[in-house]
Design a protein around this ligand. Structure first.
Ligand code: TZP
Ligand code: MG
Length: 228
């Protein structure tokens, strides 16, 4: 999987009954991949190391079938153990340089940023992409530090451009779904830099038909990327 990752529709998983329901996570992830999800982050805040490692391996087998990268949230050790494509770390997680050392070369390291400072610091430290948010308040993550709205995303994109980080890919996260994706993408864009994609949890994981939900999101991202 040496080609550049496609961040268009970035699925972040959630294994809690409130969002996943009684469904099987690998089945839901496979359906989302059939629908066109382009990158997957396995996020499990509560599972034991062993359980997370077992699930991560299952998910990796699924994502590999579709040639899509699998990233692990927080747990760099699990990513190292299963040999997946990378990790996503927040502001309170392991330092990026240490994650890079543990993962070795060629792996994807993404960082969450909710402000210009956080975004610029992550880029300076060598982040491969940024997850910008929280855009809208969401029941999926109740401890969000700040709700920045599309205008906050746009300010961060502008700062990235100004500081020479135009080429760092960005997705936004938080409350994004099929009914607001087009608006988020257009309103978040700064004149010189647009988002590369949208990151979603419940819009796909909680959907009755995750494949159809993913397809709908992908078509919105593709439409937003057409110059007009
Ligand atoms: N980080 C910021 S908001 C969020 C994460 C992981 C959850 C987004 O969930 P949803 O269901 O797409 O609003
Ligand atoms: Mg984290």
């Amino acid at each position: 999987m040496a080609s550049k990752p496609d961040y268009s529709v970035y699925l972040v998983t959630d294994s809690t009954p409130a969002i996943l329901g009684a469904k099987d996570l690998p089945d839901v992830v496979e359906a989302s991949l059939r629908g066109g999800v382009t990158i997957v982050q396995y996020r499990d805040k509560t599972g034991s190391r062993e359980d997370v490692t077992v699930m991560a391996s299952k998910l990796h087998r699924v994502t590999q079938k579709y040639g899509v990268p699998l990233l692990i949230n927080d747990r760099v050790d699990v990513a190292v153990e299963i040999g997946c494509e990378g990790v996503h770390i927040g502001q309170d997680d392991m330092e990026l340089q240490q994650a890079r050392l543990l993962l070795g070369p060629g792996k994807i390291i993404g960082v969450t940023a909710s402000s210009k400072d956080e975004a610029l610091r992550a880029c300076a430290a060598g982040a491969d992409y940024l997850g910008i948010g929280t855009v809208y308040s969401t029941a999926t993550k109740k401890d969000t530090k700040s709700i920045i709205g599309p205008s906050g995303v746009s300010e961060i994109l502008h700062a990235l451009h100004e500081q020479g980080h135009s080429s760092t890919p960005t997705v936004c996260i938080g409350g994004v779904n099929a009914s607001n994706a087009s608006t988020v993408l257009s309103q978040s864009a700064s004149p010189q830099k647009s988002l590369d994609g949208i990151a979603v949890v419940s819009a796909v994981i909680a959907a009755d038909d995750p494949a159809a939900a993913s397809r709908q999101l992908l078509s919105q991202v593709i439409c937003a990327k057409i110059p007009h």
